[in-house]
Write a protein that binds this ligand. Structure first.
Ligand SMILES: Cc1cc2nc3c(=O)[nH]c(=O)nc-3n(C[C@H](O)[C@H](O)[C@H](O)COP(=O)(O)O)c2cc1C
Length: 387
């Protein structure tokens, strides 16, 4: 707790998480695909934009509320879906959702989550989105749609950047698998982190709670996530499937993993109400551009109405201001809240959301903007002389 208190920013929480977690688990959160070019680029790209302030504007009250997936959000940030959450802290998804609700933000639950969507919905009244895949078994996808309707989810995010698993080399080196494989090195790392390992051994059983009735991963013996994804994910998914999903769901639907203006337009034409501009946090196609660099073109392609969410690389509240000025409706974060969760459970997620929210408010005040709706293209400029 002392440590949490001393964290000033996302980078500090990342350091605390790296000390708390066994190496293979930390690397699973922190790593990206191949040479991690996109992972680094996602973050670095924000530094290439200058913020251009207005002065002598009354900023004694700043309006930050917005709507995402048709739901009210206290400020333009949401929490991206992340799988395997119980592995990072025993409090798992419920802790993240509770912290999101406290901050008035939308939470998204992953298909690969470790809490059943019905259990999450029962424990948590806040706005929530379910991240869905189109599986080989379309019946499983249709079943998720029905379950999400019954449970009262507000929106769906269809992830489309995973026709095959990305090449996460850190996971290969560390032997990360499901359940965690005990090589000599990983055993030493687990033994050196009893604060993580003991609750993990004695706490609630780890399972991919939403799909385990179909794919009993743990019962079928050690099987890596790569094998699982390889077996369930469908390389033949196409726009026709998006139309099918949109008609089944008939509610707010964002396509997650869209990168180009053309695909953004096609998403909307296929029935989506928004896009999450994302390269999966640099975990899939290495070399993909940074989401922030695509926002302006995507917004121009789809017009004003659809949600355009900038997902990935956000480490400061000022990054959100830049994305909004370029045309985003909101931003979305993965690792930042996972670092917080690993560092201190619900209190850690609360801490990271407070820090980012304060940074966002402070940046708006310093930029002389008293209403998020007033942020516009003239508040941001690509830095000159950037190499
Ligand atoms: C540990 C981890 C697990 C993730 N699991 C999923 C998932 O199950 N489904 C999904 O669509 N995206 C998943 N993502 C990607 C996030 O939703 C999001 O796109 C990404 O984390 C954004 O980049 P950021 O970490 O820089 O914020 C995962 C990301 C991380 C770090």
């Amino acid at each position: 707790m002392m440590q949490l208190h001393r964290a000033n920013n996302v980078a500090d929480l990342r350091r605390i998480a790296s000390r708390r977690l066994p190496r293979p688990i930390f690397d699973y959160i922190d790593g990206g695909a191949d040479d991690e070019v996109s992972l680094r680029r996602n973050v670095d790209a924000f530094a290439r934009y200058d913020l251009i302030p207005d002065v002598l504007n009354d900023v004694s009250a700043i309006r930050t509320e917005t709507r995402i997936f048709g739901q009210a959000s206290r400020w333009p940030l949401m929490l991206s879906p992340t799988g395997l959450t119980r592995m990072f802290h025993g409090h798992a998804e419920l802790a993240v959702a509770r912290a999101a609700a406290k901050h008035g933000l939308i939470y998204s639950l992953s298909t690969m989550g470790t809490t059943r969507l019905e259990d999450l919905a029962q424990a948590f009244a806040g706005p929530k989105v379910f991240q869905i895949y189109i599986f080989k078994d379309r019946g499983l996808t249709a079943e998720f749609v029905a379950r999400c309707k019954d449970a009262g989810f507000d929106g769906l995010a269809l992830t489309v950047d995973t026709p095959v698993a990305g090449n996460r080399e850190r996971d290969r080196v560390s032997g990360f698998s499901l359940p965690p494989k005990l090589t000599l090195t990983s055993l030493l790392s687990f033994a050196r982190h009893p604060a993580w390992s003991l609750p993990a051994l004695t706490g609630a059983k780890f399972s991919l709670a939403n799909v385990s009735h179909k794919v009993d991963l743990l019962a079928s013996g050690p099987m890596s996530l790569f094998d699982y994804i390889g077996a369930q994910f469908d390389r033949s998914v196409s726009w026709r499937d998006v139309e099918w999903l949109a008609s089944q769901w008939n509610g707010p639907l964002a396509i997650k993993g869209v990168m180009t203006p053309e695909d953004a337009r096609r998403s909307v034409a296929s029935g989506a109400t928004g896009v999450m501009v994302s390269n999966h946090g640099g975990r899939q196609l290495d070399g993909a551009p940074a989401p922030i660099d695509q926002i302006e073109a995507v917004r121009a392609a789809v017009g004003d109405a659809p949600d355009v969410i900038c997902d990935g690389g956000i480490r400061r509240g000022s990054d959100v201001v830049k994305a909004l000025a370029l045309g985003a409706t909101a931003c979305s974060i993965g690792r930042p809240y996972l670092y917080g969760l690993a560092a201190g459970g619900e209190a850690g997620v609360d801490r990271v959301l407070s820090m980012l929210g304060d940074e966002f408010q402070r940046t708006l005040a310093l930029a002389g903007v008293n209403d998020v709706a007033a942020l516009s293209r003239r508040h941001v400029r690509k830095s000159e002389g950037w190499r």
